[in-house]
Each structure stands twice: as C-alpha cells, then as structure tokens.
Design a protein around this ligand. Structure first.
Ligand code: C2E
Ligand code: MG
Ligand code: MG
Ligand code: MG
Length: 297
C-alpha cells in the first residue's frame, strides 16, 4: 500500500480505485463476500436515562452499530457502505444479518438468567417495504426465545416519507408485539410531521447536528432542541439526544427534561461483552480509565 501511494501522487483514500464507481463495485463485491463468510461485528453504544429525580445517568440499553473489516478494503465505516448497500438492494440482506447477530447476543443474555437490556437495531427503509418484515422478525425472536421487549428498532424519516402501507403495517405489527420504534436522526429529513401522530412510535432521537450546536453563541441550537422536546412531550414520545459530547450539553439537556442521552460524553460504542458487564454491574458509566473515543474510529 505504501509503495503504491509513493508511485501515485494523486492518491486518495483508496489509491487502487481510479474512480468512484470502481470503489463502489469493490464495496459491493466485498459486502457479498462478508454476507456469506462473515466479517461483520457489532458494537453497542449505551443509552442512559437522565430523567430528573434520579441520582445520576442510568444505563438502560444500547444501540447496535455495525463494524466491518471489508476484505481487501480494510475497516470501512457504515456511513460509507450503508448508502452503497442501499443503492443495490443488498441492504435488506445486511439488515437481516445484523438482526440475526443481535438476536444471537440477546438470546445468550436471556438464557443465562441475568438482567437483560433493550437493544436497538438500525433498519433501512427498504426492509420496511417488505410486507413480511415484521412477521419474519417476530418469528426469529420466538425461535430464539427472545422477548420482543428486548429489541427496539430505529428508522429514519425516509422510511416514513414513502407513506407506503407496508411500512405502516410493519410498524403497527411490531408495536403490537411490544417492539418499540424510534425515529432516528430526527430533524434531518424532509417528511411531513403527520406520521408522528399517525403511527405508534415510542421514541424520537434528536440528530447530533442539533446537539452539537448547544452552547453556541447565538442560542440557535437551544431554540430548535427546546422546540423538538416540547413537541415530543406533547405527542407522548420519549426523547433521546444523540452525539452528546460535553458536560455542558449534558447538563442543559437534563435541565430541559430530555429523557435519555447517548454519546461519547457518557460512553463510546463498546464491545458487546463489555457492555453487558457494565449494564449488569449497574454502573452509571464505563471505567474512566477506558478510552473515551472508539479505537480506530
Ligand atoms: P446513527 O444511527 O445516527 O448512529 C449514531 C452514530 O453516531 C454512530 O456512528 C456512532 O458511532 C456515532 N456517535 C455516537 N456517539 C457520538 C458522539 O458523541 N459524537 C459523534 N460525533 N458521533 C457519535 P456509526 O456507527 O459510524 O454509524 C453511522 C450511521 O450508520 C448510523 O447513524 C446509522 O444510520 C448507520 N448504521 C450503523 N449501523 C447500522 C446497521 O447495522 N444498519 C443500518 N441500516 N444502518 C446502520
Ligand atoms: Mg441509529
Ligand atoms: Mg441516530
Ligand atoms: Mg444521527
């Protein structure tokens, strides 16, 4: 790789690819390979309940985040490969693969008798177009003796933009079975907000771009987040702030009545065994000696 770089003065991230489309086809090929042979891992980023009246932040669950060491390409982040998987329809297989990995973890934790957290999985819009998505997922949980309340699902506004009946039907079936649904990256989509009343959603995750603006000079960030919190409360939705990185953001969110937070300030994504250990110890946050950012991220 170093030799190649030396030869190619115009090298970018992957010097072996002459253009974007050859990089894309390499990613697609590598995805197919890893879907068959393995190569994906999950990290779990804890979610903390911060409602006032409590002594401190309490770990209540996590979000599963996909990690991929792509054959021939190296460690590749989801922001790179998810859009490519979406453009080819491979994302449905990927969603199914991730869900299986997570249900495997949950099944182990449920069978060993200890307390079990609720873990969220990110599911793409395309999976929700499949009329049998909810049915298959509930079947998978039943086969593994995992209660539906152990799983929650994050979807983006894009999933609801299509206003398709299959997406709504899947959401209703999942909710009826006890699976909570969260709207991810709230505020970044372009959809009408009517779905918030129309569908049985439980949670609204405020996109980290808004959280990053808390504590700015002009107070613009605070204005938007306050408005989102008020709307969510009026609609009976729980609120989660994502990407909380500072003490100032954390304290402000708590004083404004945000229900839950996620972000490097309290914990980076963790190895699953590390997450379950901390969860069961009932500790407020990971060891302060542990690195605060994800290694290699
Ligand atoms: P997301 O669902 O909004 O996930 C949160 C992202 O923010 C994660 O990035 C996480 O590592 C990162 N993050 C967490 N705390 C902080 C923080 O304090 N500061 C900053 N700057 N970032 C933080 P990641 O893991 O790279 O994932 C990116 C996106 O890729 C996710 O955004 C999600 O939309 C998607 N994704 C990840 N895993 C999956 C998956 O299994 N399936 C699908 N369909 N999408 C996935
Ligand atoms: Mg998410
Ligand atoms: Mg998010
Ligand atoms: Mg986000």
């Amino acid at each position: 790789r170093a030799k190649e770089l030396g030869r190619n003065r115009f090298a970018t991230f992957h010097p072996e690819f002459q253009d974007k489309s050859s990089h894309q086809s390499a990613v697609i090929q590598a995805l197919r390979h890893s879907l068959r042979n393995g190569g994906f891992r999950l990290k779990l980023q804890p979610k903390f309940d911060i409602r006032s009246g409590q002594s401190g932040p309490r770990m209540i669950g996590a979000e599963a985040l996909l990690r991929w060491n792509a054959p021939g390409l190296g460690e590749t982040p989801p922001d790179v490969f998810i859009p490519i998987a979406e453009s080819t329809g491979l994302v449905r297989e990927l969603d199914a693969h991730v869900t299986k990995m997570l249900v495997g973890l949950l099944a182990g934790w449920n069978s060993d008798g200890g307390p079990c957290p609720t873990v969220a999985v990110n599911i793409s819009a395309q999976s929700f177009q499949d009329t049998r998505f909810a049915e298959r997922l509930l079947e998978l949980l039943a086969q593994n003796a995992v209660p539906p309340t152990a799983l929650s699902i994050e979807i983006t506004e894009t999933t609801l933009m299509k206003r398709s009946s299959s997406a709504s039907d899947n959401i209703r079936s999942l909710r009826a079975a006890g699976i909570t649904i969260a709207i991810d990256d709230f505020g970044t989509g372009y959809s009408s907000l009517s779905y918030l009343q129309r569908l049985p959603l439980a949670e609204l995750k405020i996109d980290r771009s808004f959280i990053a603006r808390i504590g700015g000079r002009d107070r613009d960030g605070e204005v938007i987040v306050t408005a989102i919190l008020l709307m969510a409360q009026a609609l009976g939705l729980r609120t989660v702030a994502e990407g909380v990185e500072t003490d100032a953001q954390f304290e402000w969110l708590r004083s404004e009545g945000c229900d839950m937070v996620q972000g490097y300030f309290l914990s980076p994504p963790l190895e699953p065994q590390e997450f379950i250990r901390l969860y069961r110890e009932g500790r407020a946050r990971p060891d302060p000696a542990a690195p605060t950012a994800e290694p290699g991220a």
